[in-house]
Design a protein around this ligand. Structure first.
Ligand code: CO8
Length: 256
């Protein structure tokens, strides 16, 4: 499998490793990603996932050699398959941090967009070059990119196919933080550690509130927030967190 998983202290590192093709996304890679997130979903001790690529790419896109052989019907099947796997990552109950180590292009940029937020190496390049191949983004780029950076910036990136630096991507909100390449994993692990120490159910509920709220009207989103806020009050961790604050000590959470 071209996807490796390592879990330590509640933090999983999922690494795409098909370096000979710059981690291009073929059926095996999608199967590997799906299998990784399916097994991680069953790990009760899991708190955060870091998704990254081995070598000089996060992922250089959908596999161009595979796409060259597809007819329109199969293209739709392949697009839907990738979208389903990416939805699974976007909807994963725990936060997924994209550690963007290098090229995140086309489907690779779309995979980064399915993460909750993105920390990039200063050597990374991101973009949606599909129109230069006679295609359009097919793994969610026209939808998630426009929602994240706004329609006009998304259209600029998609119509020009420009590959932009991590720093420029941070300027438009596509990347959240840029760090020297050698510090990328340490920084992601540091952030993952901070999140892992928070109340796990509260983190999951807040992810749901943001994601589901973006799909609906403000009034429905606020109602949803109140519902999920109430749900957090059903946890033992809510009591542990409030009591620890009042007693001026650090809370220990158990995810219940
Ligand atoms: N697919 C397949 N193989 C790839 C891909 C890719 N996306 N990207 C790189 N490779 C391969 C190269 O063919 C090369 O293989 P080989 O050694 O056998 O020739 C190897 O990886 C190394 O690549 P390069 O020699 O090109 O490395 P460079 O450092 O010179 O260049 C680049 C790096 C700039 C990243 C360059 O490889 C490149 O431009 N890659 C293509 C980027 C791209 O256009 N991506 C978008 C693809 S379209 C897409 O993602 C649509 C997603 C939705 C799909 C829906 C399914 C139907």
């Amino acid at each position: 499998m071209p996807v490796h998983v390592k879990v330590e202290a509640g933090v999983a590192r999922v690494t795409m490793d098909r370096q000979e093709a710059l981690n291009a996304l073929n059926a095996e890679m999608l199967d590997g990603l799906e299998a990784a997130f399916t097994s991680l979903a069953e790990d009760a001790s899991l708190r955060v996932v870091i998704l990254t690529g081995a070598g000089k790419a996060f992922a250089a896109g959908g596999d161009i050699k595979v796409m060259a052989e597809l007819d329109p019907n199969l293209a739709q099947v392949f697009a839907t398959r990738g979208q389903n796997v990416f939805d699974r990552i976007a909807d994963f109950p725990h936060p997924v941090i994209g550690a963007i180590n290098g090229f995140a292009l086309g489907g690779g940029c779309e995979l980064a967009l399915a993460c909750d937020f993105r920390i990039a190496s200063e050597t990374a390049k991101v973009g949606q070059p599909e129109v230069g191949l006679g295609l359009i983004p097919g793994y969610g780029g026209t939808q998630r990119l426009a929602r994240l950076v706004g329609p006009s910036t998304a259209k600029y990136l998609i119509f020009t196919g420009e590959l932009i630096s991590a720093t420029k991507a941070m300027g438009i909100g596509l990347i959240d933080e840029v760090v020297p390449a050698e510090h990328l994993m340490a920084r992601c692990e540091e952030i993952a550690g901070v999140i892992a120490a928070k109340a796990p159910v509260a983190v999951t509920l807040s992810k749901q509130a943001v994601d589901l709220g973006l799909e609906t009207t403000l009034i429905h989103g606020l109602n949803l927030e109140a519902e999920l806020f109430a749900k957090s009050f059903r946890t033992a961790d809510r009591k542990a967190g409030l009591t620890a604050f009042i007693q001026k000590r650090t809370a220990q959470f158990n995810g219940m």
